[in-house]
Design a protein. Structure first.
Length: 271
């Protein structure tokens, strides 16, 4: 792991994400997606989501009781140290429900509002991604040892493979589909993975040229955004802005700006 002033935070994030990933992987009922009633699969997923967040916050609080938390499942405390943990215990809930492998555990540590550590564990791939601000992005997986990540070489937009996501509100999804319809002829192709954290790590690993999505929360973005940037990708929101619920964009240096401009022209951020 990276040796830096934030190494202790990185080790703690690694351990918490690993344990939560094991809980979710090993605790998932084999028949989850075909449960007898409509409500029971969702109930089980929600219970697993909450259990994973409790595991993460409990482990971190045992080591750092005065830090703050912001989690998808309700963790929200200010803390007194200047460190806040931003946690998505299960990013890719629908994939998890259906038994698809693209889901992840995402943990970031912020110091006075700036992300300094990010860890994303993808249990069904057997991959773990991490970054410390200024220390590059790294991953372990089926390959031997730890690999330093680098985004793909710059490609023209028409050769770019770009991923996105869709909201579950019908009106928002319809607008997102319109934006994708306009983009597809201008790109190599579009993918829809189902986990923002995984998509951002795939940009970092050179598996995608770009990614964009509207409607993300801080816990969806924090760790993956840092990992992508430390791998050489550019990230942002609307032109001149940081990633936000309005829009999040990541891409190789050759893809990011033209993709961001097109998304602005197509009104990808509109309510």
């Amino acid at each position: 792991m990276t040796d830096s002033p934030h190494s202790d935070l990185l080790k703690l994030a690694h351990e918490a994400a690993r344990r939560a990933g094991e809980l979710l992987r090993d605790g998932r009922p084999a028949d989850l997606a075909v449960a007898a009633t409509k409500s029971s699969p969702i109930d089980v997923v929600t219970e697993m989501d909450i259990a994973a967040e409790r595991l993460i916050t409990g482990l971190i609080a045992d080591h750092r009781p005065d830090d703050g938390f912001l989690g998808e499942e309700g963790a929200a405390t200010e803390g007194t140290t200047g460190i806040r943990w931003v946690i998505d215990p299960l990013d890719g809930t629908v994939n998890y429900l259906y038994g698809l492998p693209t889901w992840s555990v995402s943990i970031a540590a912020e110091e006075h509002g700036e992300t300094v550590v990010g860890v994303v564990v993808i249990p069904m791939r057997g991959e773990t991604y991490h970054a410390v601000r200024g220390g590059g992005a790294w991953a372990t997986g089926a390959w031997e040892g730890e690999r330093r990540l680098a985004c793909r070489p710059a490609a023209p937009l028409e050769q770019a493979l770009v991923s996105t996501g869709f909201n579950y509100v019908t009106e928002v999804r319809a607008h997102q589909a319109e934006v994708a319809h306009k983009l597809i002829p201008l790109l190599r192709d579009i993918r829809r993975g189902g986990s923002a954290a995984v998509d951002l790590c795939d940009v970092a690993a050179g598996r995608l040229d770009g990614y964009y999505e509207r409607g993300l929360h801080p816990w969806d973005l924090a760790a993956g955004d840092l990992i992508a940037r430390e791998a050489g990708a550019l990230t942002g929101g609307r032109p001149g802005e940081r990633p936000s619920r309005d829009l999040a964009v990541a891409g190789t240096p050759g893809v990011f700006e033209p993709l961001q401009r097109l998304l602005e022209d197509f009104g990808a951020w509109h309510d």
